[in-house]
Design a protein around this ligand. Structure first.
Ligand SMILES: [Zn+2]
Length: 89
C-alpha cells in the first residue's frame, strides 16, 4: 500500500509537518524501536490525526496523520530511508 497524504478535512485544518529529533542508536532491548518491515518505503505508523512526523535527517515521513494521543504512544522510529533513529520531539 503506497502512502498518500489524507485529504484535508471539511474544516480545512492543515496537516502539520513535524521534524523529529535524531538520536543515537539505543542499546538493544532498552527501548521499543519501530523499523520498516521488509524494507518497505512507507510510514511506520499511520494514524487518524493531522500531524506528519518526519525524519530529522532526511525528511522521510515516518509517521503520518498522527493525532496527539496517538503520537504520545510512539516509540523510537528507525528511518526506512536513511537508517537514523528518531524520537518525537
Ligand atoms: Zn531518514
Amino acid at each position: 500500500m503506497a502512502y498518500e497524504p489524507g485529504p484535508r478535512g471539511p474544516d480545512d485544518r492543515l496537516e502539520v509537518d513535524i521534524i523529529m529529533c535524531v538520536v543515537p542508536e539505543p542499546p538493544k532491548g532498552e527501548r521499543n524501536v519501530l523499523v520498516s518491515k521488509d524494507g518497505r518505503q512507507e510510514p511506520l505508523m499511520v494514524g487518524t490525526g493531522q500531524d506528519n512526523f518526519l525524519c530529522g535527517n532526511c525528511g522521510a515521513v515516518l509517521a503520518g496523520s498522527m493525532g496527539p494521543e496517538e503520537i504520545e504512544e510512539a516509540p523510537l522510529f528507525k528511518c526506512y530511508r536513511c537508517g537514523a533513529y528518531n524520537r518525537v520531539p
